[in-house]
Design a binder for this molecule. Structure first.
Ligand SMILES: [Zn+2]
Length: 243
């Protein structure tokens, strides 16, 4: 079931990866973490160019776009406070095949890749947390493939809006129809129709690119069970191993 949305100024450790680090390790990492306010459409790194930072969203939402015939075409992943942008840099490569943009404006903290390597060389929990996050990402990508084949646009739209609400931590957020269409892999006209159905059911309001979730439980009912699968798998994978 969806949780109540919070609205206070977010702490960097709202990012679940930073939140998973032991307190003393987070304090050692903190001086290297640079808070940044991200704007919509701000590009964080481009395909074929070096990844210079890892980006930990606090309440911003990032979008990974696959490049087809030289142009960023289809969104393949959305990243919020549960994750980070720049995973290839952790996995030992310097470039990504994807373009990464900010999709919903907000706060993030970034860590220079040089600093990342320095911290990974120390005996801490960061390596293990990022390793497990890599697996959580693979599970989510696989679930998205199944979801795209099996579930209706309305179910996928409801699921995606519910996940976005969790990531932003608020019932209201700005989202253009163009972005929503890109995420769902459908035409803008289809997005209007789908949002219209959810609006008529009284679960949300969508005016001038602003989404207001009026009934989170109703949105949860409208979403496919990929929402629960992704959440429970994330919790399972990220749970710290028994000491
Ligand atoms: Zn689904």
């Amino acid at each position: 079931m969806p949780t109540p949305a919070a609205s206070t100024q977010p702490h960097p450790r709202r990012n679940l990866l930073l939140g998973a680090l032991p307190e003393d390790e987070y304090r050692r990492l903190q001086p290297a973490l640079e808070p940044v306010e991200l704007d919509v459409r701000q590009q964080l790194y481009a395909h074929g160019k070096p990844i210079e930072h890892l980006w930990f969203p606090v309440d911003a939402v990032l979008s990974l776009l696959a490049v087809v015939e030289g142009e960023a075409a289809i969104e393949v992943a959305t990243i919020g406070h549960e994750g980070l942008g720049g995973l290839p840099a952790f996995l030992g490569t310097t470039e990504s095949p994807h373009d990464t943009f900010c999709q919903i404006a907000g706060t993030a903290v970034r860590l220079a890749t040089g600093e990342l390597r320095r911290f990974l060389g120390q005996d801490g929990a960061l390596h293990d947390v990022l390793h497990r996050y890599t697996l959580a990402t693979m599970i989510q990508l696989a679930q998205n493939v199944a979801c795209n084949r099996l579930h209706t646009t309305e179910e996928r739209c409801a699921r995606w809006l519910l996940q976005t609400r969790d990531r932003v931590g608020a019932d209201e957020f700005t989202l253009t129809q163009e972005f929503l269409a890109q995420m769902l892999g459908v035409r803008r006209g289809t997005v209007s129709l789908t949002a219209g159905v959810l609006q008529q059911a009284g679960v949300l309001r969508y005016t001038r690119g602003r989404i207001t979730v009026l009934d989170a439980d109703g949105l949860y009912e409208a979403a496919c069970d990929c929402y629960d699968v992704i959440q429970s798998e994330y919790r399972r994978v990220m749970a710290a191993p028994e000491a």
